[in-house]
Design a protein around this ligand. Structure first.
Ligand SMILES: Cc1ncc(COP(=O)(O)O)c(C=O)c1O
Length: 384
């Protein structure tokens, strides 16, 4: 029995998206970003599909995520860049995971972990060029660079990379973009003068990979675009294809009279006798409650808008009289598609993001573990 609700993930699309991104950045290596369970797509199959598409690096937020890659036998270069106190640094060094460094105390902590592991740690120094999130602020940069150079001379670490992250690359032309590029060049110069020779300098996320060649350096780090979603809604010619389709079979179809209040709070009331369809997906599955009376769902060849409140396990669609026409009769067991690649008329995660005033990242990443991921296409299909 196939699951009644599923997030189908087209692994071939992920591989092809990486190949397309390589064409956008032909002189750079590609790091596929697989944090947060591969933006909800399933980290391990997504990672394998990215490597099959030509990515040579993988990126995670946390060491634990990178360790999971290693436990699954994925041996490619992998960087973890959020290291709160208590992060398993010795295990990371043991497992040959590259570590992002955003503070002086991390240089020291990683050097100690390397000593304990009995092998040098590979680190990527992260400079804060204007995002004011992770990274070393420019005032503190020379001290971190000097400490890293000392630890490198002592054989405890190897500075494999210097990197930074954009704040507004999804708004091409934003004045912060040029300022961050300049700050990155200055930080690279400081590192160079201290004798550091990183093998990869990297700055570009998806938006910059697609629109800003001068940011590509040695390595680009696309996340959302690897999954086929554009960080810039109206960008054309990207060659990307959305990999995830969220769909469910309809649990129940029924006729109700005019004036029927639908779902909790009666936020939708039928204006005529009509046919309702119950879709067994709700906020417990990661469908935002804010989709109430707002988000589009594709049933029987047409887009409908969710009717009434999204509940924990279910929501309702008003099919009007469509479901009654014999040639187009909607029945329990038929599919409702919340979003997909868009080429069959179904909404995309971008359409959901636009309807809910959010970004497609949140739409795909928040789909909960309750919804089985079904991986299709690509030679990794079927792997856990
Ligand atoms: C350091 C870093 N690099 C790359 C990415 C990928 O960004 P995007 O999904 O916009 O390509 C992220 C995601 O937040 C990140 O934190």
């Amino acid at each position: 029995m196939p699951p009644f609700a599923e997030a189908r993930v087209d692994l071939g699309a992920i591989s092809e998206n990486i190949a397309a991104l390589r064409r956008h950045a032909p002189s750079s290596q590609v790091m596929g970003v697989v944090k947060a369970d591969g933006y909800g797509h399933g980290m391990l199959p997504a990672a394998r599909a990215m490597l099959a598409g030509g990515a040579t690096w993988l990126g995670t937020a946390f060491v634990e995520e990178a360790l999971e890659l290693r436990r699954a036998g994925i041996a490619s270069r992998a960087v973890a860049w959020i290291l709160p106190p208590g992060a398993p640094l010795v295990e990371a060094v043991d497992a040959d995971i590259d570590l992002g460094v955003s503070a002086l105390w991390l240089v020291e902590g990683i050097a100690t972990a390397a000593h304990e592991a009995g092998r040098p740690a590979r680190v990527h120094l992260k400079v804060d060029t204007g995002l004011s999130r992770g990274g070393v602020v420019t005032d503190a940069w020379p001290a971190v660079v000097e400490a890293a150079a000392r630890a490198e001379a002592a054989g405890l670490i190897r500075v494999a990379g210097v990197f930074s992250h954009f704040a507004c690359s999804d708004e091409p032309g934003h004045p912060s973009i040029g300022a961050q590029l300049n700050a990155f060049h200055e930080a690279l110069e400081v590192a160079e003068k201290a004798g550091l020779r990183p093998e990869v300098r990297h700055l570009a996320n998806s938006a910059a990979t697609l629109t800003l060649p001068e940011s590509h350096f040695d390595l680009v780090r696309p996340g959302i675009a690897s999954y086929g979603l554009s960080p810039i809604p109206d960008l054309t010619g990207t060659g990307l294809r959305p990999a995830m389709t969220l769909r469910s079979t309809i649990a129940l179809v029924k006729r109700v009279p005019e004036g029927s209040g639908v779902s909790y709070g009666h936020r939708y009331v039928t204006d005529r006798a009509t046919t309702l369809a119950l879709v067994p997906l709700g906020y417990g599955d990661g469908v935002p409650r804010a989709a109430t009376n707002t988000a589009p769902v594709f049933v029987a060849g047409r887009r409908r808008t969710i009717a009434g409140t999204v509940c924990m396990d279910q929501f309702v669609l008003d099919l009007g009289d469509d479901g009654e026409v014999e040639t187009n009769k909607v029945e329990a067991g038929d599919y409702a598609v919340l979003f997909g690649a868009g080429d069959g008329g179904e909404p995309t995660a971008q359409d959901w993001a636009a309807a809910l005033d959010t970004i497609p990242y949140e739409i795909v990443t928040r789909i909960s573990p309750r919804v089985p991921r079904v991986h299709v296409g690509g030679h990794e299909a079927g792997q856990p």
